[in-house]
Design a protein around this ligand. Structure first.
Ligand code: TA6
Length: 290
């Protein structure tokens, strides 16, 4: 990907070979495709808009500095609807992985909504069956702190969401947005989704496994410094309310979103906050991987 090509198309492609690629749209630094052996792992709605005016409906939008409704600006903040900069074009590392680095810093648009200086560095690494996300948020101010939410709004592509199971939520408290934000505790060892689901699980473990993703395989989500996990599927009624989401698409997606939601991060002047996520596709129980 040359800088000129990126400027023209706003799209950056990491190509590791063996039909393993990752495509990022500079609009929101949204990962819009991740193909492993030519199998797409992410859901993007057929009605998604790429006009740069709203968030792309699918892939992995970058939510910052706000999760959810925001009295200062757009829901889920401005990062996912702002054009990011490609700091380092895709580069093959010594071990065959491909890395690219994106950044977003305060500008006239962001300052008109949220008057803080910030700089986000977003490093993506494409491995054989893994996609790594390393994020740094830096506060360059000499005297002003700021607080923020941050979340990777991952839309997994699945053959049928009703057959998916999600581990790593048992015992966690969650805010249920389908029940006026009431607080509950998860009793199930394995969570399934068979209705409109919109839950903010708090202080979740570092690892979730989602079964029955593409090709009947499993997706392992490992997170560092992202204490919460949002599980979302709009189901039929809310699908109909979204103009950029097909009425018949909800069975083919499951959002499992690692983030800092329930307690915002406080970033002191001159300091940096780091968080990471690893998505790994595998086909047999992870601990039995031969
Ligand atoms: O992550 C779940 C959620 O907060 C849901 O409440 C739903 O609003 C979803 O995000 C999508 O939000 P959006 O602003 O992209 O339509």
């Amino acid at each position: 990907t040359t800088a000129a090509a990126v400027a023209a198309t706003s799209v950056v492609v990491l190509d590791r070979g063996n039909n393993t690629t990752c495509t990022i749209n500079l609009h929101g630094a949204t990962v819009v495709s991740w193909r492993v052996n030519n199998q797409e792992q992410l859901f993007v709605s057929k009605l998604a808009s790429f006009d740069g005016k709203k968030a792309i409906r699918g892939g992995i939008p970058f939510v910052f500095p706000q999760f959810g409704p925001w009295s200062f600006g757009p829901q889920h903040g401005f990062a996912r609807i702002t054009r990011w900069h490609l700091d380092r074009a895709p580069e093959r590392l010594h071990n065959g992985d491909v890395e690219a680095i994106f950044s977003l810093m305060d500008n006239e648009f962001t300052r008109s909504i949220w008057n803080y200086q910030f700089r986000i560095t977003y490093r993506l690494i494409l491995r054989e069956k893994e996609l790594h996300f390393h994020i740094g948020v830096y506060n360059p101010s000499k005297d002003l702190s700021f607080t923020f939410n941050m979340l990777l709004h991952t839309y997994l592509k699945v053959p049928d969401v009703r057959r998916c199971q999600i581990t790593g939520l048992q015992g966690c408290h969650f805010i249920d947005k389908t029940r006026e934000g009431a607080l509950y505790q998860e009793g199930r060892e394995v969570v399934t989704v068979n209705e409109w689901t919109d839950r903010i699980y708090q202080h979740t473990p570092q690892e979730h496994v989602i079964t029955n993703v593409v090709s009947g395989r499993k997706m392992r989500l490992h997170k560092y410094n992202f204490p919460d996990t949002v599980i979302w599927n709009p189901w039929i009624d809310r699908s109909r309310e979204m103009s950029d989401f097909g009425d018949d698409e909800f069975p083919n997606m499951l959002c499992v979103e690692a983030g800092n939601v329930s307690s915002p991060v406080i970033l002191l002047p001159g300091t940096c906050f780091e968080a990471s996520q690893i998505l790994q596709q595998f086909k047999c129980p992870y601990n039995l991987q031969l």
